[in-house]
Design a protein. Structure first.
Length: 179
C-alpha cells in the first residue's frame, strides 16, 4: 500500500510549519506507486557524497571539472521537503594568516558552492527551490536537475545553468554516492 500527503505549498516553500487551521490530506492507494514517484522520492532521501562534477560549456563544447578533479561535496534531501548542497574544491588555497585577506576571500568564494531550499520532484527531475545561497546572484530561484538513481549512485545530468565563475551557459553532470 502506498500513500501521499499534501500540505499547502506556500507553507513548505517558506520553510514554516502550517498553521493549525491547515488541513492535511492523506490519500491511500493500494498497490500504486504513482508512476514511480514515491519510489524515487524514497530513494532520493538521505545524504549523498559527490564523486565528480563536470560542466560542458554550451558555446564551445569544452568539458571541465567544475570544482577540480576531486571535489569535496554533499547534497542532502530530507523527508520534510528541504535540501542542502555544499561543494568545495579539494585544493582550496591556504590562508596566509588566521583570517582571510580580501584577495583570499575572492579565491575562497570562487572555489565553493552552497545553497539550501525546498525541493519537488517532477517527471524525472528534482527541482531545487533555492531560498538561501552563497551567491546572491541566484537570489530565490528554481534549479532544475534531471536525475537518475541506480543502486547507491545518484546522477544529475543535463542540468542547464549559468556558470557562477565564468558567467557562461553550461550543462552539468554530477555524480554522487549514498553515504
Amino acid at each position: 500500500m502506498k500513500f501521499a500527503w499534501s500540505l499547502p505549498k506556500d507553507s513548505l516553500l517558506l520553510g514554516r510549519w502550517p498553521e493549525r487551521r491547515t488541513v492535511c490530506y492523506v490519500l491511500v492507494f493500494p498497490e500504486s506507486d504513482f508512476g514511480g514517484l514515491m519510489t524515487n522520492a524514497a530513494a532520493l532521501l538521505g545524504t549523498w557524497r559527490m564523486l565528480s562534477w563536470k560542466r560542458k560549456f554550451v558555446a564551445s563544447g569544452e568539458v571541465t571539472d567544475a570544482m577540480g578533479a576531486d571535489p569535496i561535496g554533499y547534497i542532502c534531501y530530507h523527508a520534510d521537503g528541504r535540501m542542502m548542497a555544499l561543494v568545495v574544491n579539494r585544493h582550496r588555497p591556504a590562508l596566509r594568516g588566521a583570517t582571510p585577506a580580501d584577495d583570499e576571500k575572492i579565491a575562497l568564494f570562487d572555489s565553493m558552492l552552497a545553497y539550501a531550499g525546498s525541493y519537488t520532484l517532477e517527471d524525472g527531475r528534482v527541482i531545487h527551490h533555492v531560498d538561501a545561497s552563497w551567491n546572491p546572484a541566484w537570489g530565490i530561484t528554481d534549479q532544475v536537475r534531471p536525475y537518475t538513481i541506480e543502486g547507491d549512485k545518484l546522477v544529475i545530468s543535463g542540468a542547464p545553468g549559468i556558470d557562477p565563475v565564468t558567467g557562461q551557459d553550461v550543462t552539468y553532470h554530477l555524480e554522487f554516492q549514498k553515504v
